[in-house]
Design a protein around this ligand. Structure first.
Ligand code: FAD
Length: 303
């Protein structure tokens, strides 16, 4: 049953018609619990609030699978505006971007040029930019684009998904790159990804421990307290300095745990999505945790 529900919401997240219609609906279905508004002003307000609590942020100007050059260029311009504002307001904040928003499906060179413009501006302000990992169909190309960008820019990192069998090998090739480790949010075939949650969790722990013992900064992106507790104990046993890693969670999820980790002295970073293109992101969150449906029901019946 859990798999059927997951597949259903992932199917909705990929539906082009619904994604484009949702932009016209404005915020609905309880999406505002997980998305910090639609404008740069609204997301900066959320960042300031979290920074005041000792929490760093990474911002995702929502959008993906763009098939039109004008739209991809507009997305790039919005991201550059965001960088200017982060610097102007001196916020503790970096960026998360998706290559398919910046034209990867249209023309790879065009996407790389967009990324270079973003990285040039970010470098000038000493801001880090993380490339989110999307579905497996874009996996190799995403790694190749990263390699290309890293020839000129050191302020760029990537995400590794523990559901992929090849994650360990790829992580070994990325020793010097800042990485976020996550479980993986897309529906992938058993040919490339572990179907079983236990294997995904065990792989997550193995990958994270390997990184913690290395030299490069790692973000641990999960809401799973079992994993977080085990990694806290591992860091303590192995005298791993807190400045070598951070925990990351999504905006609106487990706020109590987010604050607790920050209060305990761990580096903590909240991933904040914002913008009109909220539908696909929101459906993936429902796929991961059907309990989030409660918020949808409340919104439908009580507002
Ligand atoms: P789950 O496996 O969903 O949950 C494990 C256990 O944790 C649950 O059984 C429950 O006990 C507890 N738990 C989880 N959530 C809650 C809650 N809200 N309240 C109470 N208990 C809870 N995926 C990608 O594919 N690419 C990306 O670039 C990417 N970036 C991400 C960035 C961040 C910061 C985060 C946090 C996730 C990102 N993801 C990304 C999504 C990720 O791959 C997972 O799909 C998502 O995080 C769900 O897995 P989980 O590790 O949080 O734990």
């Amino acid at each position: 049953m859990a798999n059927i529900t997951r597949d259903f919401f992932i199917g909705l997240s990929n539906n082009h018609f619904l994604n484009s219609q949702a932009k016209k609906w404005g915020f609905s279905l309880g999406a505002d619990k997980f998305v910090a508004g639609t404008t740069v002003d609204s997301v900066l307000k959320a960042v300031k609030k979290l920074n005041a609590q000792g929490i760093s942020c990474t911002l995702d100007s929502l959008g993906e699978f763009v098939s039109d050059k004008t739209e991809a260029s507009q997305a790039k311009e919005k991201i550059i505006t965001l960088l200017n504002e982060i610097d102007r307001e001196k916020l503790d904040c970096h960026l998360s971007v998706k290559l398919t928003q910046l034209g990867l499906d249209i023309d790879r060179d065009f996407c790389i040029e967009n990324m270079k413009e973003i990285l040039r501006t970010a470098k000038q302000y000493d801001i880090f930019v993380n490339i989110d990992m999307e579905d497996y169909a874009h996996y190799d190309e995403t790694l190749e684009v990263l390699e290309d960008l890293r020839k000129d820019y050191g302020n760029v990192g990537i995400v590794i998904q523990s559901y992929l069998y090849r994650a360990e090998d790829d992580l070994a090739d990325l020793k010097d790159v800042r990485i976020r480790i996550v479980k993986g949010a897309y529906k992938e075939s058993e040919e490339v990804a572990y179907p079983d949650k236990t294997d995904i969790d065990l792989n997550f722990l193995a990958l994270a421990k390997q990184r913690l013992l290395g030299d490069t900064f790692t973000s641990i992106g999960t809401h799973d307290h079992h994993i977080i507790n085990e990694l806290k104990a591992f860091a303590k046993e192995n005298n791993i300095e807190h400045d070598k890693f951070e925990f990351q969670m999504l905006y609106g999820f487990r706020n109590d745990l987010q604050n607790k980790l920050a209060d305990e002295g761990y580096n903590f970073c909240t991933y904040i999505p914002f913008g009109d293109d909220w539908f696909g992101y929101f459906m993936r969150r429902l796929a991961e945790r059907p309990q989030n449906m409660n918020l949808v029901m409340k919104d439908m019946f009580y507002t």
